[in-house]
Each structure stands twice: as structure tokens, then as C-alpha cells.
Design a protein around this ligand. Structure first.
Ligand SMILES: [Fe+2]
Length: 233
């Protein structure tokens, strides 16, 4: 088993790596700016992030809806990380049909993801997840990942009380150091790693893109049959 796979299955559960093809990833970022340009005054990325902090929740929703036309984002992200994907799942994969582009706005009372592990939403246990920010992450950007041991400990200790995916996982005040990623890096993780967003204070919104994939040679234990499509790297 290669080292990365070992790290994801038996080690920390996640790894931060340089994106294989940064030029390709920049295409994704530029395409994103183009898609949302009808809703923003500027095309400069930092300014867009600043503009977003002043948008209403319905404006943010509009932006998200506009990205539904971003049909090839999953291929572009996967093709930016070909070596990583191949070393984990080979060159024939089930690829999430639609990559997620995620905006997070600083401050209280903002949309944020509950702490979760991917399996909770019916994602196949053989899936890996790529998550890449469109900019450097600041010290207090509020994204956290628990290593695999800690994740298992929490999941098991809640289970021993007769509850699965209850308040211990969802409501715990996570005091984890945010993952520090630079633009050009990607975090890849397995579906048992607890992660999420905590409230964060910044002058800028956080924007990232994520996609899920698994080898076609592993059992596909996916809840939603329309979630993946076949993809050859
Ligand atoms: Fe997630």
C-alpha cells in the first residue's frame, strides 16, 4: 500500500499536499470568478471575498444557485490532482457528479456546516475527499479536521451511550487548530475524519471547492445512486 493511502486509512486520516497541476487549478478559480461575475462588482479575488461579507443571505444563495451551471468543476478539480487520485483509487473512478463550491462568511449567525464525517450523509466508506481553498487560509479561518484516532474515539464514546451522530458529535465545542492551507494546496481525507467549520472572524469570506471519488474496483456503498459518474483519468 502506498504511503498516502496508509496515512489516510491507518494514520492521521488526512494529508495536506501540493496540488499536482496548479495551472489547471487556476482555471477552476478563474471559471468560478466568471460564473459569479454578474453578482459582483469586481473580478479581483480578495475584493470578491470582501464583497461577500457584505452580502445578504439571499444574495449568497443566489450566488450558490448560479454555480449550478458549473458542470465541469469536478473534472477540473480531479484533473488538478491526478497523481493524488491515482495513488488512492487508480485511474478508473466513480467521481462526484457535481463538485461543491463552498462559501463561508465570517461572524456569528452565518451558515456553517455541523461537525460531521462524510459517512454520516451516506457517502460510500471507500470514498476520499479533496478540499482545496481558492486562496491562502488565514490563521482563524475556522476549518478544522480531527485526526482519525480522535474521530474514532468520539464516534465510539458517543455510541457507547446508545446514541449515534447525536449531540456529542454535533454540538461539541471543537477546540481544534484550524487547518492551515495555502493557495495551491489540497487536503485529502477519508470519510471517517470528523471535520467542520467553526465561527470565524475575518474581513474576508472563505471560498473552497471539494469533490469526492472512489475506485470503481471497491464496493460502491453509496446511498444515492445518482451521486457519482464514471471517470477515467
Ligand atoms: Fe464534509
Amino acid at each position: 500500500m502506498n504511503n498516502l493511502k496508509k496515512e489516510l486509512i491507518n494514520g492521521k486520516g488526512y494529508a495536506i499536499l501540493p496540488i499536482d497541476d496548479l495551472e489547471n487549478f487556476k482555471i477552476l478559480c478563474n471559471e468560478f470568478i466568471k460564473k459569479i461575475s454578474p453578482y459582483t462588482k469586481t473580478k479581483n479575488f480578495s475584493d470578491i471575498r470582501q464583497e461577500m461579507t457584505e452580502m445578504s443571505k439571499s444574495q449568497i444563495n443566489e450566488l450558490m444557485v448560479s454555480l449550478l451551471s458549473f458542470n465541469d468543476a469536478s473534472e477540473v478539480l480531479i484533473n488538478s490532482c491526478k497523481n493524488i487520485v491515482k495513488s488512492l483509487s487508480g485511474d478508473e473512478i466513480f467521481l462526484q457528479r457535481r463538485a461543491n463550491t463552498i462559501f463561508n462568511i465570517p461572524g456569528q449567525d452565518q451558515r456553517r456546516q455541523w461537525p460531521h464525517y462524510e459517512l454520516m450523509s451516506g457517502v460510500s466508506p471507500f470514498t476520499y475527499i479533496l478540499w482545496a481553498p481558492f486562496h491562502d487560509l488565514d490563521e482563524n479561518d475556522g476549518v478544522f479536521y480531527l485526526d482519525l484516532n480522535k474521530s474514532h474515539e468520539m464516534i465510539k464514546s458517543e455510541q457507547s451511550t446508545g446514541i449515534v451522530n447525536g449531540p456529542m458529535i454535533l454540538n461539541k465545542n471543537y477546540d481544534e487548530k484550524p487547518a492551515k492551507l495555502k493557495f495551491g494546496e489540497v487536503i485529502v481525507f477519508c470519510p471517517f475524519v470528523l471535520h467542520g467549520n467553526i465561527n470565524f472572524n475575518s474581513n474576508l469570506a472563505r471560498i473552497a471547492c471539494s469533490v469526492r471519488f472512489q475506485s470503481i474496483h471497491q464496493p460502491l456503498l453509496q446511498k444515492d445512486t445518482d451521486y457519482f459518474k464514471f471517470h477515467k483519468i
